[in-house]
Design a protein around this ligand. Structure first.
Ligand SMILES: C[S@@+](CC[C@H](N)C(=O)[O-])C[C@H]1O[C@@H](n2cnc3c(N)ncnc32)[C@H](O)[C@@H]1O
Length: 226
């Protein structure tokens, strides 16, 4: 009897937690095994599933973001603007990679992550970026005196809906204190409603079209100070 790959066993466990009984049917072909890029994607999926099973509310998703969503997040950043780019909740780094592909040098990246397993991976994967472990809901204190100049953008993947609206709003306000005047605060969400209340005072917000090629489909919201 063929043993299911670890990520499949974890996926079956995750389904079970969600009340779905999935039965693994072995096939001889596991594309995750041979091709180096596919293997890396499969390994990241395994890490994510593990993290979601251990801490579902903190991880906030069962899979890392796909390349289309990551690219849509990065597209909101203008690499010509001066200053560091703060990424919050980078996980295994798909958005980080998209930011680098967009032309942001690793040296300008400040990655803020809570999960120590992801921290270790990020330090290996992006050796020139600054990787900071901590709670992003205390971002102002966490990055106090750590940014030499105001950030050109804050790019967040936090699972904001696990927190009450006031705490999300407070998180946005803290992020604004770290950024230059016109800089974007970028956040994706799978939800149909805005991740931070849309009609707040002191900021504007816009949403992208649905990125249907991501699983699950997501939208990218951009908030700016007025
Ligand atoms: C939905 S995942 C997104 C990961 C990655 N950016 C992606 O798009 O695949 C959310 C990430 O935020 C991190 N996270 C959740 N709460 C956090 C907090 N309070 N402070 C810092 N990171 C946090 C999780 O560990 C996880 O890596």
């Amino acid at each position: 009897m063929t043993q299911a790959p670890e990520r499949v066993r974890l996926a079956v466990k995750a389904y079970k937690i969600c009340g779905v009984n999935y039965v693994f049917e072995p096939t001889r072909h596991d594309p995750g095994r041979r091709h180096p890029r596919k293997k890396r994607v499969a390994d990241d999926e395994t890490r994510f599933l593990k993290s979601w099973i251990e801490r579902p509310l903190l991880t906030g998703a069962v899979m890392p973001s796909g390349k289309f969503l990551a690219k849509a997040m990065a597209a909101q950043v203008d690499p010509r603007e001066p200053g560091p780019i703060v990424e919050i909740g980078p996980g295994t780094g798909p958005v980080t990679e998209a930011l680098i592909a967009r032309g942001v040098p690793q040296e300008r990246l400040v990655l803020v992550e809570f999960n120590p397993d992801f921290i270790e991976l990020l330090r290996k994967r992006f050796p020139l970026a600054r990787v900071i472990q901590g709670d992003a809901y205390r971002i102002a204190e966490l990055l106090k005196d750590k940014l030499a100049e105001p950030a050109a953008a804050v790019v967040s993947s936090l699972p904001l809906f696990t927190k009450p609206p006031q705490q999300r709003r407070d998180f946005l306000d803290q992020a604004f204190t770290l950024m230059s005047r016109k800089a974007p605060f970028i956040q994706f969400t799978y939800a149909v409603v805005p991740p931070i209340p849309e009609r707040g005072t002191g900021y504007t917000s816009t949403a992208s079209n649905w990125i249907l090629l991501n699983i699950p489909p997501a939208r990218v919201w951009v908030y700016r100070k007025i």
